[in-house]
Design a protein. Structure first.
Ligand SMILES: [Fe+2]
Length: 248
């Protein structure tokens, strides 16, 4: 689709190639929310770092990576995956021609002062975060998202500031911060670098759930081929072992 032509007048700027950040504000039931937070406390046990005390406790590194199978969380996760399917549809995916796989789902618990360093999820295609608490102010620690490359700063690095000649505007911000709020779901491409800023709320444990999804083709009938560049359905893969090729 060609870009719309500008109308006569002053300079107009249009965003090109936008990254799709999906947001859904759910209305969690307070009793269910309390039960979920209590369950997360129990799953974390005596640990409080990961293992560095400055790093938030994350379930994926501590054996708690299948919350979608946990009875306290399964109904919530099913709701969240429904929104993930809507996100795919908004991007243009034909839901009949792709299968969305939930790969893992784990909690992230930040005590006051704890962070999660900058990273991305190379194991996945689509990632989601759901907040169990937060008041929208950001004081419990914003999620920071970085663009793969900030082309608009023109000179690489200038958007980060440090006394340079560029004062970032909405076109040149080096990152985007999202404040946690109870019931907020975020969806974004897994390749996007992100981090969690320090929890500056001395009275609250910051609680969120993370989900990684993968996309594959549906099971392909005999004699047909899955779309190029899309992995075949894992039910049609074969694992290679020391004993040779084994069905997946
Ligand atoms: Fe992450």
């Amino acid at each position: 689709m060609p870009l719309p032509l500008p109308v006569p007048g002053p300079l107009q700027i249009q965003p090109l190639f936008p990254v799709a950040l999906g947001q859904v504000q759910l209305r969690p039931d307070p009793l269910e929310l309390a039960e979920q937070v209590q369950a997360l406390h129990a799953l974390r046990g005596d640990a409080d770092g990961n293992p560095d005390p400055g790093c938030a406790w994350t379930g994926d590194l501590n054996g708690v990576w299948q919350l979608h199978l946990h009875p306290t969380f399964a109904p919530l996760i099913a709701t969240l995956t429904g929104h993930a399917r809507c996100y795919l549809e908004e991007l243009g995916f034909d839901r009949r021609r792709v299968v969305l796989h939930l790969q893992r789902c784990w909690p992230v618990l930040s005590e006051p002062g704890q962070v999660v360093g900058r990273h991305h999820h190379p194991n996945a295609h689509l990632s989601a975060i759901y907040y169990l608490n937060g008041d929208g102010s950001g004081r419990s620690g914003c999620l920071r998202l970085w663009p793969p490359r900030q082309l608009n700063e023109l000179v690489p690095g200038l958007g980060a500031g440090h006394g340079g000649p560029l004062t970032p505007t909405c076109w040149t911000e080096p990152w985007l911060d999202v404040a946690p709020r109870a019931g907020l779901l975020l969806l974004f491409p897994s390749c996007i670098d992100h981090a969690v800023l320090p929890n500056d709320d001395p009275d609250d444990l910051r609680c969120s759930l993370s989900i990684d999804f993968m996309l594959t083709a549906p099971p392909t009938p005999e004699g047909q081929a899955p779309p190029e560049y899309l992995a075949p359905h894992p039910g049609q893969w074969q694992a290679i072992t020391e004993d040779g090729v084994q069905p997946a």
